[in-house]
Design a protein around this ligand. Structure first.
Ligand code: SF4
Length: 479
């Protein structure tokens, strides 16, 4: 386990009560932490069983509800071999909470299909199937508390400057970057410990694929993408040709039409081949098919359609030396500005005869070929997945030199594309500073971590937020 107390920023988090030192044998987590554990599925997902012993698979944990009623809406859950079901999830500390909180009499709870509790024990009479989390965490409770820190609904008004804005604006650019990098280090370690926890039960390579798939799902489709990656031992059979992997991914995902679509211009042969191949194999995978409804296909750019992401993943899956290649990449000297391109050389994105020209099986051919992944997205993959994974692997292997090289890479990586979360954070904490105030990807990550640690624990008018005072004290102690 890493020392997350290694930096002054990490000590700030503990001192402010953003994270707490909890032990599962002694403490019950606060219900909010339990909800965060559920939301992020920091669980031994392959081993989940209800209190009455039925295996249960979580295909989607649902969306956190802020309007009263059950804690999570629209979850997709599969009990044993039964078909996946959609419904709500209620999180309570104890099974008896079902009756004690009146959920059994409240019509808003009629669609609850899973009661998630901390403590084991008999399920409440009349309650839906109940899942105990105490013995199902993928890491010790204290580690999860550090990892999850403050998880709350954001929704802060864009126009309001935070109270930390004044002291933060007094910092010189170098000092602000130092603070942001300390927060970024916490974020790097936090992502790395998630990989460490998953690698303990599934192995390093599987943990990497799960991270990559999840990131390729963006925010709307990360859960079905993760589920597909969890099923990798089923569909990535030894010697399976790339075409077979692609057809299986499309088929298992539920995104392949049940009927052969009227083929788009130029793609008829490809579509027919995929379709024919999958329908010969389908029965062999009938126990792990995902429902089409698990995917959220509206509200994102057509070029980001999950089918194109799966086509890309099937390219990367062809390479059975991906992990060693990434490690060789870490050892190469690369100037900071060339880091994204050097990663693209290691994880190439090749043009695809069909998917470079189409967004779905049915869509018309695009006028111009579109890359399967924008180059800018590689920075997100680097800072969120690849560098934390490599860093933790180096730490576990006792390779301090490689770990140091990876940190240098992380802290010198050029900035990612600007986005709405960063814009809001700059507005609130840095008084509307331009993107140039965040000179690299690590500074951006650090700012997002500060929002998570402090803003998400406060409100629009910064009630009880300790960051302004911490920054002022830091300036006074170390002028
Ligand atoms: S809640 Fe805290 S960190 Fe967020 S803007 Fe207000 S003072 Fe700054």
């Amino acid at each position: 386990m890493l020392s997350a107390q290694a930096s002054f920023y990490a000590r700030w988090r503990v001192r402010c009560g953003v994270v707490s030192d909890l032990r599962e044998e002694r403490d019950s987590p606060p219900e909010q932490l339990l909800q965060s554990i559920w939301q992020h599925q920091r669980l031994l997902r392959e081993q989940l069983k209800t209190l009455d012993g039925r295996p249960v698979r979580i295909l989607h944990p649902g969306f956190r509800s802020v309007e009263g009623g059950p804690d999570f809406r629209g979850a997709v859950v599969q009990f044993g071999d039964r078909p996946p079901q959609s419904g709500d999830v209620e999180v309570d500390l104890r099974p008896r909470g079902w009756r004690a909180h009146g959920h059994d009499r409240n019509p808003a709870f009629q669609r609850v299909l899973l009661h998630v509790v901390w403590e084991d024990g008999p399920a409440a009479p009349g309650a839906p199937p109940t899942l105990g989390l105490r013995r199902a965490l993928d890491a010790p409770l204290g580690e999860l508390s550090l990892w999850l820190g403050g998880e709350a609904a954001p929704g802060l008004p864009e126009t309001l400057r935070g109270q930390c804005c004044a002291p933060l604006r007094q910092l010189s650019p170098a000092r602000l970057t130092r603070l942001l990098h300390q927060a970024a280090r916490v974020r790097l370690q936090s992502k790395a410990t998630q990989f460490q926890a998953r690698a303990r039960s599934a192995g390093w390579e599987q943990a990497l694929w799960e991270g990559l798939f999840r990131a390729l799902g963006y925010k709307h489709n990360s859960w079905p993408m993760l589920r597909l990656a969890e099923l990798r031992p089923r569909w990535q059979t030894p010697g399976a040709p790339p075409f077979a992997l692609q057809a299986r991914l499309f088929g298992i995902s539920g995104l392949l039409p049940a009927e052969l679509p009227r083929a788009p211009a130029g793609g008829s042969r490809y579509v027919r081949q995929i379709w024919d191949f999958w329908w010969r194999e389908r029965d062999a995978f009938s126990d792990c098919l995902l429902p089409h409804t698990l995917w959220r296909l509206h509200g994102s750019r057509p070029a980001n359609h999950p089918l194109r992401r799966l086509a890309l993943a099937s390219q990367w899956l062809r390479d059975d030396r991906l992990a060693p290649k990434l490690e060789a990449w870490c050892r190469r000297e690369v100037p900071a500005a060339a880091l994204p391109d050097s990663l693209l050389e290691t994880l190439p994105i090749e043009p695809d005869e069909f998917w470079s020209w189409h967004c779905t099986f049915r869509s018309p051919r695009l006028r111009r070929a579109q890359p399967l992944l924008g180059a800018a997205r590689m920075t997100d993959l680097a800072v969120n997945i690849l560098l934390p994974w490599l860093w933790m692997r180096a730490a576990e292997g006792g390779n301090a030199r490689l770990q140091h090289a990876l940190e240098q890479r992380y802290f010198s990586w050029p900035p990612a594309q600007d986005n709405s979360a960063l814009r809001l954070a700059r507005q609130r904490l840095l008084g509307g500073a331009t993107p140039r105030a965040l000179p690299g990807a690590a500074a951006q990550q650090g700012l997002l971590q500060m929002v998570r640690d402090f803003c998400d624990h406060s409100n629009a008018i910064c009630d009880h937020c300790q960051l302004p005072k911490l920054v002022q004290d830091w300036m006074a102690e170390d002028p």
